[in-house]
Design a protein around this ligand. Structure first.
Ligand code: TXA
Ligand code: MG
Length: 318
């Protein structure tokens, strides 16, 4: 059930149920971090392997030391600058954070979402919310309440409606190792934006099953149709003469193609606009029973790097 009744969401979360919950990045499946029942329901509903930890959502920066300890100076600077917002910090966990949340790891992932409904909800609760993206394991993340409802329907007592997610892609996850700052997952804040504040950062290499970032399995964010990522869409179209093709393009193409469906993520070539529409467009292509999606590779900088990361994962063989 999609609803904007925050009071109902509060009531359900207090009695250890889970709900679909809006954030500025993607919708989450939210539950009380201290409730074993809620956490079990999240893992079960999402069919998420138990080795893959959950992000903790807090309402204000003052609450950070309730879930994390020994916070590095650069983490504090980034938090002050980007919170509330799509930045998740990997920090040493506070002893009170249940091991189920962190999948037994010594670190906890934490952020403050920048969404009026999410913040209003968090302010009415006296516990943080654990929330992985509200999609079944390895499928496309949801950027609207309808996407969540389509995935889970009656399995959720409610999806709290917060409209379409503005950023439309997950938060950027940043961790700290001695003096090194590492991006564990590219996301709505670009590498360049973070480097402007804290200097050079490294990207975690895309090693499948990397134990440090259990959620970054290489096949992820995948539509049902086969997706090819290419630098030359026009050439690729010729290779599939008898297929129902969906094109996912960055900008207005020079030449129109005769295909079943063509989605232009940002006619004017704006990376932020393209990012915000990426998942919704993949959901749309999936609903059209396309045989093949040909996606155009983005310029490899700023949010283009984040989009390429997701399209690469979406294109991995099943
Ligand atoms: O934008 C977002 O971050 C959304 C919204 C709902 O906040 N959430 C989200 O959660 O994308 P999820 O679970 O789909 O992705 C979180 C990623 C996973 O890859 C998980 O493995 C990683 O964060 N993660 C969580 N806790 C971690 C930890 N303690 N150490 C390493 N990785 C962690
Ligand atoms: Mg996810």
């Amino acid at each position: 059930m999609i609803s904007n009744a925050i009071e109902l969401a509060v009531e359900l979360l207090k009695k250890e149920d889970i709900i679909g919950f809006p954030t500025e990045t993607v919708y989450g499946l939210a539950g009380n971090i201290y409730s074993e029942k809620a956490i079990d329901t999240i893992y079960r509903t999402k069919q998420r392997p138990s080795f893959n930890p959950l992000i903790v959502h807090i309402k204000q920066i003052e609450d950070l030391n309730k879930v994390a300890i020994e916070i590095p100076e650069s983490a504090k600077i980034l938090a002050k600058l980007f919170w509330p917002g799509p930045l998740t910090l990997l920090l040493k966990k506070h002893a009170s954070v249940p091991d189920r949340i962190t999948a037994g790891k010594p670190t906890v992932a934490v952020r403050i979402p920048n969404h009026p409904v999410a913040l209003s909800l968090l302010h009415q609760l006296d516990f943080p919310l654990a929330a992985p993206s509200a999609n079944p394991f390895s499928s496309i993340s949801p950027t609207s309440a309808e996407h969540v409802e389509n995935y889970f329907g009656d399995k959720l007592p409610m999806v709290l409606d917060g409209g379409v997610c503005k950023a439309g892609i997950e938060s950027t996850i940043v961790g700290f190792h001695d003096d090194e700052i590492i991006i564990y997952r590219l996301g709505a804040i670009s590498k360049e934006e973070i480097e402007k504040i804290v200097g050079p950062v490294s990207l975690l290499n895309k090693n499948e099953n990397a134990p440090e970032a259990p959620g970054m399995l290489s096949r992820h964010y995948a539509p049902k149709s086969t997706l090819f990522l290419t630098t030359n869409v026009l050439e690729q179209v010729k290779l599939f003469p008898n297929k129902k093709i969906g094109l996912l393009l960055f900008k207005q193409p020079e030449k129109e193609q005769d295909v079943a469906c063509q989605i232009i993520l940002s006619p004017s070539g704006n990376l932020q606009e393209a990012t915000s529409k990426l998942y919704a467009s993949l959901h749309e292509l999936d609903s059209m029973q396309i045989d093949i999606i040909l996606a155009e590779r983005f310029p490899d900088n700023g949010l283009g790097r984040t989009i390429n990361d997701r399209l690469e994962r979406a294109s991995k063989n099943r």
